[in-house]
Design a protein around this ligand. Sequence first.
Ligand code: AMP
Ligand code: GLY
Length: 427
Amino acid sequence: MKLLVVGGGGREHAIIKKLRENPEVTEIFACPGNGGIAMDATNVDIGAKDIDGIVDFAVREQVDFCVVAPDDPLVLGCVDALEAKGIPCFGPNQKAAILEGSKVFSKGLMQKYGIPTAKYAVFDDPKAAVAYIREQNQFPTVIKADGLALGKGVIIAATLSEAEAAVASIMEDKLFGDSGNHIVVEEFLQGPEVSVLSFTDGKTIVPMVSSMDHKRALDGDRGLNTGGMGTVAPNPYYTKEIAQVCMDTIFLPTVRAMCKEGRPFKGCLYFGLMLTENGPKVIEYNCRFGDPETQVVLPLLKTDLLTIMQAVHDERLADVNVEFDPKSAACVIVASGGYPQAYKKGCVMSFGNVDNLPDVTVYHAGTAEKDGRLVTAGGRVLGVTATGEDLPAALQKAYAAAQEIQFEGAFYRRDIGARALKALENE
Ligand code: AMP
Ligand code: GLY
């Protein structure tokens, strides 16, 4: 089988490594891939948003199955375009990807179907938004751009003046472009966050092992928001009891709601949840695998990934027994100095003894090959991942491996998993 994976980050590297485990897979292309992905797949110099280029390539190469991993091509209708040419895909079509593509849509869906989420209001006029925030007079308050914004479209405003500045920057200065034509103003929720990725074929939903992201750049959850600086799985806050509540009040209702709206969702549906005093609530939906959640979830998946993805496409997920290893996994992101703001690219990398460390996998996120050497090419550079019998063991191995990595300006958080370890101690 010839596969094509759209994307070129750590998430895509993890998906590709897992797909390769299937002996029927003869070739995997990555559009565009990256320096590390090149060791596991054939990179193709076509960007993930170049839908026409991707479709032309897939048709020319007679690709048998395609995985569209990032949000942008999904929201742009990449799956629709490929399937129109007869190429089966894993991923939602454009009508279903709106669940991530528009926060106004997703909040409206949750309200209509009684799915627990933060209280909110929608605005297309900055003055009305500020008047509402003034009247609510509850801080912090949360201001979100409607559309995709590279995971950065959320501003938590501690005061009225911060909120006014946030509304102005999103709606008037267009900080996130047209994504900010509408905004959602919502209630600030508190509690541990949990990421739950799931497989769904529009009828059946199978949650994967839970995980915990670490979004801020610096230790102690300080610094700017990033795409994610590390993850652990499973998430100890996500007990069996909470999982059942989520299945009954969030997961199944969401899948059914999308069908009722004539937008059946097929692919990986990601639930960003907050476990509040009043029960689990949805912070966000993503229409794809999370990054770097995938880097800790897929190493624990025991069932063949391609088999699951094909079953999702064929709408027979109920027939597949999806199993996870009861071990733990931890991923530490090694980033370029300065990330998530300006950083240098092209730094030569060395990997020390990493290849010889047991249970360790280094997923490449922002790397490129230059003159036969691997160099940095992004803010998040590597996702150093390890599995272990328990979370302390996984963390110990991941950090031992992260220490081996060297390039100019390299940094990583030293406290990935610390909050999860505390939760385990209190059990
Ligand atoms: P997102 O880009 O939607 O993942 O949001 C980024 C982060 O903002 C989330 O991971 C949360 O930590 C935080 N956040 C989003 N919405 C809320 C909310 N209603 N209350 C508190 N924190 C929030
Ligand atoms: N790690 C969060 C996301 O993928 O959106």
